[in-house]
Design a protein around this ligand. Structure first.
Ligand code: N01
Length: 543
């Protein structure tokens, strides 16, 4: 009876201390921290379960390429001790099980409204409250509005002419059917060759009668080196995870399973360079990019790493003309997100797998029966769009956010995102982004960056609440200085030299701005701590 009363009270509640959008890793932890402060929060989640990225990205082969022992929450020793990962890189179903396990342990679901997409959020200056409206037509009010919408969650299917005429089913990797898809005996077309394609293509090829891959840009891909995790490795990690996580926060990428070599390539002999590259290639994963101290900064170092990778890649591709297409040569290595694979390149050795260069002959249209490129129709039974996301800003701007004076965030960001520390934006009081543009986010272990942000935001909200402070928002000056700093740091790296989603270049018409902060998690964390210690320097507090 008491339970029923509580449930109906919750259903009727219209006012909360905070509304959180998204129940992935970020939203789940944010909810937990706010509850610990004794605050009320409502989470809105478009999916019918927790998980965020890992709820939607169910494509075959979906797997995290940060090692599972590091890609887990680090805030609770009990939670981590009671969970055991099975593989070096966890597959999507295992990560989703882990998130559900955490939701159970913390009893999170009772404050999450599932299958509910937020449509708009409007700030009422007089009341000092956000009104948050859902696409179901309901609305609630909250003092704080927190976007935990993830960086890669607005899946994007390019605007191909004729797509509605296609007679077969089509899928986007980032919005994959829960029940899975059986490709057995079918002719499949995959468009795209980024991480999602690189992971899914070997598995799709294993089922399909014929697979045609449409590639616009060849990508650097390294063998992941996945393997089962031995008990000793798991036990060791459980014993030290809490300290390890503190250490991870001081590093550039929020990862400690490998160290970056700080020596510039030019200071090493050719033999030492080769030995270092070989060692790191054999380690599997991103360790390879840490071969020299200046890989992401100088062309000389980068070329050396890229050349080594190309030679390794070529060595497993049997047909030279296919190798010529699959080897990337139009951008430095690492400036587009590096892919990790398991037998991706080898898949193109199979007689039933074809590669079509749509850089030379772009996709012209989709027809009833297939995909047309270079005047030729490739007949397929199903199409898989592995075409990525409107990254970093897509999900935030998917909600019509209206701040002080009726200003729309969409208008304010029309020439690119403007934030202070990636946490908030001037003119939008009490609005927080978790891992927003202008923070290390996608250049780091997302879980470490999420925890860094959630804890900072929770601490801030706790202090405002205790001090009876009505609002906090970045000053325009602080925001301008931060945006300049983010651009300046990016300009000292090679990152801006590729048409990547980091730059918004995958979306026609999207402003070309390098969106994440390339200064590193450790440096950024020091800045966050300093800002908080100086009574939120760069933020205006409203009485
Ligand atoms: O998307 P992408 P993704 N015609 O944007 C092509 C994370 N992630 O879903 O490069 C033809 O990388 C596009 O071509 P181009 C990870 O951070 C992590 O694969 O723009 N092709 C590209 O090849 C990753 O980086 C994991 O020229 C078109 C592809 O589609 C991010 O998510 C796993 C096209 C899109 O690649 C996004 O990865 C998966 C068009 N009109 C994803 N439009 C792990 O943790 C786009 N393309 C392992």
């Amino acid at each position: 009876m008491a339970q029923e009363t509580n449930a109906s009270a919750r259903a009727e509640a219209k006012e909360f201390d905070a509304v959180i959008v998204g129940a992935g890793f970020a939203g789940m932890y944010m909810l937990h921290r706010l509850r610990e402060l004794g605050l009320t929060a409502r989470v809105f989640e478009a999916g019918d379960g927790v998980g965020g990225t890992w709820y939607w990205n169910r494509y075959p082969g979906a797997r995290c390429d940060v090692e599972s022992l590091e890609y887990q929450y680090g805030f609770s020793d009990e939670i981590q001790r009671d969970w055991t990962w099975t593989e070096r890189y966890a597959a999507q179903p295992e990560i989703l099980r882990y998130q559900n396990y955490v939701a159970d342990r913390l009893d999170l679901r009772r404050d999450i409204e599932f299958s509910t997409r937020v449509a708009s959020a409007t700030y009422d200056e007089r009341a000092g409250m956000w009104t948050v409206a859902t696409e179901r037509g309901a609305s609630v009010q909250a003092k704080f509005f927190i976007m935990a919408t993830g960086c890669l969650s607005a899946a994007r299917v390019p605007d191909f002419e004729g797509i509605d005429e296609f007679e077969g089913p089509w899928y986007h990797t980032g919005d994959w059917p829960k029940e899975g898809v059986d490709f057995t005996g079918k002719r499949i077309g995959v468009i795209g060759t980024g991480s999602s394609a690189v992971q899914s293509i070997p598995l799709i090829a294993a089922e399909a009668k014929h697979l045609t891959v449409f590639q616009r840009t060849a990508n650097f891909t390294l063998p992941a080196g996945n393997r089962p995790l031995p008990k000793e490795e798991i036990d060791k990690s459980k014993a030290t995870l809490m300290q390890d996580r503190q250490h991870a926060r001081t590093t550039a990428g929020g990862i400690i399973c490998f160290e970056y070599n700080k020596t510039p390539a030019a200071k090493m002999t050719p033999e030492d360079r080769e030995r270092e590259l070989d060692k790191r290639w054999n380690m599997g994963g991103f360790a390879f990019l840490g071969a020299f101290g200046d890989v992401m900064v100088t062309h000389e170092a980068n070329d050396c790493v890229a050349e080594f990778a190309r030679a390794k890649m070529r060595s497993v591709i049997e047909k030279p003309e296919v190798a010529d297409l699959l080897l990337p040569n139009d951008h430095p290595i690492g400036v587009k997100r590096l892919c990790l694979d398991t037998h991706y390149l080898e898949t193109f050795n199979a007689p039933h797998v074809d590669l079509v260069d749509v850089r030379k002959a772009p996709i012209e249209r989709i027809t009833r029966k297939g995909i047309v490129s270079g005047g030729k129709e490739y007949e397929v039974d199903s199409i898989v769009f592995a075409t990525g996301f409107d990254a970093m800003t897509g999900a935030i701007l998917g909600v019509d956010i209206i701040g002080r004076g009726g200003t729309s965030l969409r208008d304010k960001w029309s020439a690119g995102p403007r934030t202070y520390l990636g946490l908030g934006s001037a003119g939008f009081p009490n609005l927080f982004f978790i891992t927003g543009p202008g923070s290390p986010s996608v250049l780091s272990n997302m879980i470490v960056s999420i925890e860094q942000h959630v804890e900072w935001i929770a601490d801030c909200i706790g202090r405002l609440t205790a001090g009876n402070i009505r609002s906090i928002e970045p000053t325009k000056d602080a925001e301008d200085v931060w945006v300049d700093h983010v651009n300046e740091v990016a300009s000292t790296t090679l990152y801006p030299q590729a048409n990547s989603w980091y730059m918004g270049a995958n979306i026609p018409g999207k402003p070309r701005i390098f969106m994440p902060y390339a200064g590193g998690v450790g440096v950024y964390g020091e800045k966050l701590a300093e800002v908080a210690a100086k009574d939120y320097e760069g933020f205006a507090l409203g009485a």
